[in-house]
Design a protein around this ligand. Structure first.
Ligand SMILES: CC(C)(COP(=O)(O)OP(=O)(O)OC[C@H]1O[C@@H](n2cnc3c(N)ncnc32)[C@H](O)[C@@H]1OP(=O)(O)O)[C@@H](O)C(=O)NCCC(=O)NCCS
Length: 164
């Protein structure tokens, strides 16, 4: 019987940032990890700059200037992906998550989302929202399993809300 992986969240210091970037470039699609910056294609220099700047500014946390916090997801001690929270209102945050492909499909995403919901609860927040697409069945299953109410719009977007 395979054991459940040990999943933890860790702050993104400079060493972890470079390990996360290497994982993202080797084992995830750029569109799963960054907005379509630069010419939009592949892991271009603008995407890499965005990735570093994003995690550095999110290091200050939900009450910092970016009002955002990111964590590395550690699976059995190794960086497996990242999860984030961003303030969207006085008691509401948005979340987003990505994992390297080799870490998907064995409960790591669910465990990391549960941990970030605990972080949100500890910060006194009442609601966590997320957005995905109608085609992203993995993300919808992950969010539904965490207790999210899913709403589909006509344009193919799916909104999720978890009341804490
Ligand atoms: C979405 C993502 C984080 C899920 O993480 P994961 O570790 O693979 O998910 P888990 O193994 O914890 O599975 C969670 C649930 O989703 C289901 N699931 C996961 N991937 C799936 C897929 N590709 N197709 C169908 N169901 C899937 C699992 O069966 C499980 O469902 P259950 O609880 O009803 O049994 C991961 O696939 C990923 O990084 N995708 C690319 C980035 C992305 O889409 N992020 C989401 C933006 S909101």
């Amino acid at each position: 019987m395979s054991r459940s992986p040990d999943v933890r969240l860790a702050d993104v210091d400079e060493t972890t940032l470079e390990r996360l970037l290497a994982l993202a470039m080797d084992d995830a699609s750029p569109d799963e990890v960054t907005p379509p910056v630069g010419d939009g294609t592949g892991w271009n220099a603008a995407r890499i700059d965005w990735f570093r700047a994003y995690h550095r500014s999110a290091a200050a946390g939900l009450d910092g200037p970016a009002r955002e916090k990111s964590w590395a997801i550690l699976c059995d001690g190794s960086p497996a992906g990242s999860v984030r929270l961003k303030r969207t209102g006085p008691d509401s945050v948005e979340t987003g998550i990505w994992l390297g492909r080799s870490f998907r499909g064995r409960g790591v995403g669910s465990a990391a989302l549960d941990l970030v919901l605990v972080e949100a609860r500890h910060s006194g927040l009442r609601q966590v929202v997320a957005r995905t697409t109608a085609g992203n069945i993995g993300a919808q299953r992950l969010l539904a399993a965490a207790g999210a109410q899913l709403t589909h719009d006509d344009g193919g977007a799916v909104s999720a809300a978890v009341v804490l």
